[in-house]
Design a protein around this ligand. Structure first.
Ligand code: FE2
Ligand code: FE2
Length: 339
């Protein structure tokens, strides 16, 4: 079988303000090897949820995934850039902590996951809207927003693997094994989403739409990259993972129904149908064998798991609010409409 050639290293995005400009300018140079190079950029004046800071952070993280075409891979561990990244992270995470609020000592990860399984009767948000009345163009926009994550699905959480032990590790890897196609390259969920993009008449290139999406879409991925890359946030990474698995199945069902209503190509609905079934199973494994085992082994991580769940909801709600505000007023939710 001949596989279609894919772009491994994406191209650099366009700067969207002084912080992203500082990072992107730097990446056009060779990373200094033998001296510490301080990067001057004022993080304090930037909106932590704004496009400039989110894009700067996204580019820093991408150096740990696939890097960028023509960019010196030495930047990945450059202390000067990592120092700037730490300031971007501090600003973003301070805002997330503030907006998630206090986590009470009585709250348990188990109760938090139970809460997620209860679907509201009068649910609202993009998947409901798309199921009931969204247009094909809005569906395409939804794919574009989600392409940032789904084309690297499973990758941000995989960094948690060396930080887990015993049953939690075994069960977590079993779920990731499914995300990564269970040994079959054509079944990797990233590939299924690329197939969806092509079937929807969109560009399946990794990061192909990074210049088109708003800050809210970048923040969704930045949060999981942050959790994945920081060992001290491993509890939050697992909470985030649990939250995605628990909420995926019902959300995917609504999106599959939306695609049926719109008469979309089969490859589009296939991605979501796969998640209706797989994630219903994953949910059970994650709740009992991953989170259950982790917090019994390390009870101190209970509040971190809850933080990961609530932070996931926070950034998802911000994206949902953006999509609904745009669609309900008849505007494109992208930087410019898809042609
Ligand atoms: Fe998946
Ligand atoms: Fe899953």
């Amino acid at each position: 079988m001949t596989l279609a050639p894919i772009v491994v290293e994406p191209r650099l995005p366009e700067a969207r303000g002084p912080l992203s400009l500082a990072v992107l300018d730097l990446l056009t140079e060779r990373a200094p090897r033998n001296h510490l190079h301080r990067i001057e950029a004022s993080v304090r004046d930037s909106d932590p949820y704004g496009i400039d800071l989110q894009l700067a952070l996204y580019v820093c993280y991408e150096l740990h995934y696939r890097g960028f075409a023509g960019v010196d891979p030495g930047w990945e561990w450059n202390p000067g850039l990592l120092h700037l990244r730490a300031q971007l992270e501090e600003s973003f995470l301070d805002a997330v902590h503030r907006d998630v609020g206090e986590i009470s000592a009585e709250d348990t990860a188990a109760a938090e996951m139970e809460r997620l399984t209860v679907e509201p009767v009068d649910g609202a948000g993009p998947s409901y809207y798309l199921r009931d009345k969204g247009t094909w163009e809005q569906m395409q926009e939804y794919f574009v927003h989600r392409s940032l994550y789904h084309l690297k699905e499973g990758d941000p959480h995989a960094w948690a693997i060396p930080r887990l032990m015993g049953q939690a590790k075994a069960a977590f890897v079993a779920v990731e094994f499914d995300e990564f196609g269970g040994g079959r390259g054509d079944q990797v969920h990233q590939q299924l989403f690329a197939d969806l993009m092509v079937a929807a008449g969109l560009d399946a290139t990794y990061l192909g739409y990074i210049d088109m999406v708003p800050a809210e879409s970048l923040a969704v991925v930045n949060l999981m990259s942050f959790f994945g890359l920081h060992r001290q946030y491993r509890g939050a990474a697992i909470g985030h993972f649990a939250s995605t698995e628990i909420t995926s199945s019902p959300g995917s069902r609504r999106l599959a129904e939306a695609l049926d209503r719109l008469g979309a190509a089969d490859a589009c609905a296939l991605f979501y149908r796969e998640h209706v079934e797989a994630d219903a199973v994953h949910e059970q494994v994650v709740r009992t064998d991953v989170v259950g085992d982790l917090v019994s082994r390390e009870p101190a991580l209970n509040s971190d798991v809850i933080f990961g769940i609530r932070a996931h909801e926070l950034v998802e709600d911000r994206l949902a609010d953006h999509l609904m505000a745009c669609w309900e007023s008849g505007r494109s939710s992208l930087r410019r409409p898809l042609s």
